[in-house]
Design a protein around this ligand. Structure first.
Ligand SMILES: *Cc1c(COP(=O)(O)O)cnc(C)c1O
Length: 232
């Protein structure tokens, strides 16, 4: 089941790349396994998935020791500063850096552990009140401040687009965000390597790819619906 769905999503990723004249190697598909059991993660792993997304520190800590070491865990959910210590060394990329304070804590903890932590800044492009992230108009300033911190590397930007019925409704958001990403890349800020644009989920990943996403985060499309109450 999981393997079949993964292959179908992979096929759709490739088709979206073809439609927009992009090389499928430019787009990383992250399987969002939040709330799903280790057995599902293992099935996806057997099908070839190595990039998994989780939104809770506790869940990463539980799954991490039970699964192969070559898995790349992506932290995609809001991260509280007091949980940074437990998770920095276990994840390959933190997509959800939504404050300068959080970036500072990641820097401090990375120095303590002698590592460099790759991160994306989360941007609330549509300025939805229920969502975390910098506003577009404050992101450049945040980038400049955060890039000066030790033991971190800013690799790009992430957004969670609004929940919509029709993927096309988010095209404009993705387009604006991609343009912003290109602008930020052209500024060549020291210690910022603008190479990752993380946008698009089950409902709209194809449109996101057409508009320039380099990482898409797909949960439901691979693992089926989530039962846990309160999970978006
Ligand atoms: C849950 C989640 C996803 C995946 O959502 P689906 O609609 O199930 O694909 C992607 N990104 C973030 C930040 C999430 O929390």
């Amino acid at each position: 089941m999981v393997a079949d769905r993964f292959h179908e999503i992979q096929r759709r990723v490739r088709a979206a790349c073809e439609r927009s004249g992009r090389d499928p190697k430019e787009v990383t598909l992250i399987a969002v396994s939040k709330t799903k059991p280790v057995s599902d993660v293992r099935e996806a792993y057997e099908a070839g998935v190595r990039d998994f997304g989780e939104n809770k520190v506790q869940e990463i800590l539980e799954k991490y020791p039970q699964l192969p070491e070559d898995i790349r865990w992506h932290m995609i959910g809001h991260l509280q500063t007091n949980k940074v210590r437990q998770v920095v060394e276990k994840v390959c990329l933190i997509h959800s850096v939504d404050s300068i304070k959080l970036a500072g804590e990641i820097s401090k903890e990375s120095q303590r552990q002698g590592i460099t932590t790759p991160m994306l800044l989360e941007v609330n492009v549509a300025e939805e009140e229920t969502k975390f992230g910098f506003r577009l108009d404050e992101t450049e300033g945040a980038l400049r401040k955060i890039s000066q911190l030790e033991n971190i590397k800013v690799c790009g930007l992430m957004t969670i687009a609004p929940f919509v019925e029709e993927a096309e409704e988010n095209r404009q958001i993705f387009r604006i965000f991609h343009q912003f990403y290109v602008d930020m890349k052209s500024k060549n800020i020291d210690n910022v390597n603008m190479s990752i644009l993380s946008m698009g989920m089950t409902g709209d990943f194809e449109v996101a790819i057409e508009e320039g996403a380099t990482m898409v985060r797909v949960g439901t499309g691979i693992f089926g619906v989530r039962r846990r109450i309160g999970e978006q």
